[in-house]
Write a new protein. Structure first.
Length: 25
């Protein structure tokens, strides 16, 4: 299990979610 890759995927998902929330408002 590659933790660094997992963190990168998490950051991408979090960033996309944050952008959607900002666009929502």
């Amino acid at each position: 299990m590659d933790i660094s890759r997992l963190l990168m995927d998490f950051e991408d998902i979090y960033f996309d979610f944050h952008m959607q929330v900002v666009d929502g408002f």
